[in-house]
Design a protein around this ligand. Structure first.
Ligand code: ADP
Length: 277
């Protein structure tokens, strides 16, 4: 038995932007099945931390490991294939694609037919060639491809069922016609499609009203109950307290407190960082 496996390990992570240190040497772990929230005042380094972990930006120093494998020098595609999925602060979906197609995009890191071609695509010059080859492969109706297409359709349906009243009826609608809350749900469904080891959520309820926030909280609690490991940045403390196993409090690029929600809430350093200025 013992403690659950470490899914994400971050050590000595640091990143500056032209002289300003956004993330100033942080260390933390996320274990299997845990929900860890990052809170802190604006500008404290929360989003930069998510961007460093997911490979959107590079660290100046420090290391990030996912399931024991270093990912801090890997590409976004490699990190996704290693089992990390994320959502963005403002909800990025492909407006011209349908809801189902958006979710299908999320399956890409795990699609078998695409794998060898993606390795080829590491060379930038060959990227377009790989794309052409992938389309060609998709057009050849081999048995393997047909089987994979059926599997993709089943996985998309399963993801949409998670958000049944909201997304399933809108399966074939273009994403740009959706409400803001439904675009954000679509983004979460897309991130979950690949069955990620770790789900990163950047303010999953930003811009949502109370009803929508409560509904997303219910969905995230259901995900947690299903064992999904999550790391999120969130401003709404009620949601953080209800959802998190542990909370990391950032201020000025550092983690100034970490622990279970009730403990962190009463920490004098946390109260000072939030209220003392
Ligand atoms: P938070 O998410 O906690 O609000 P951020 O991680 O977005 O904080 O930002 C931390 C600090 O780094 C802020 O001072 C911000 O202005 C700065 N910063 C973040 N990204 C960049 C960037 N791309 N270029 C310059 N400064 C940045």
């Amino acid at each position: 038995t013992g403690a659950p496996a470490v899914v994400l390990a971050v050590a000595g992570l640091r990143r500056s932007f032209s002289g300003l240190t956004a993330v100033d040497g942080i260390d933390f772990e996320v274990r299997a099945g845990e929900v860890v929230s990052v809170i802190g005042p604006n500008g404290s380094g929360k989003t930069t931390t998510l961007n460093l972990v997911s490979g959107v930006i590079r660290a100046d120093s420090g290391r990030v490991s996912l399931g024991g494998t270093r990912i801090d020098r890997s590409t976004v595609e490699e990190i996704a294939a290693a089992g990390l999925a994320r959502t963005f602060q403002n909800g990025r979906v492909f407006g011209g694609l349908t809801v189902a197609e958006n979710v299908e995009v999320g399956l890409y890191p795990t699609r078998r037919a695409a794998r060898p071609l993606r390795r080829l695509a590491r060379l930038p010059v060959l990227r377009w060639l790989a794309l052409v080859a992938e389309v060609a492969v998709a057009l050849v109706p081999t048995r393997a491809v047909r089987a994979e297409q059926a599997e993709v359709a089943a996985r998309v349906t399963a993801q949409l069922a998670r958000f049944h009243e909201r997304l399933a009826p809108r399966r074939d609608n273009q994403a740009h016609t959706l409400s803001y809350a439904n675009r954000r749900r679509t983004e979460i469904a897309r991130a979950l499609a690949s069955g990620p080891r770790l789900l990163l959520l950047d303010e999953p309820t930003a811009g949502m009203n109370q009803t929508e926030t409560a509904e997303v909280l219910d969905q995230l609690l259901a995900l947690k109950a299903a064992g999904q490991t999550m790391l999120l940045v969130e401003h709404k403390l009620d949601l953080v307290m209800a959802l998190s196993d542990r909370v990391l409090v950032m201020d000025n690029g550092r983690i100034i407190a970490a622990g279970p929600p009730h403990q962190v809430r009463n920490d004098p350093a946390v109260i000072e960082a939030y209220l003392g200025r």
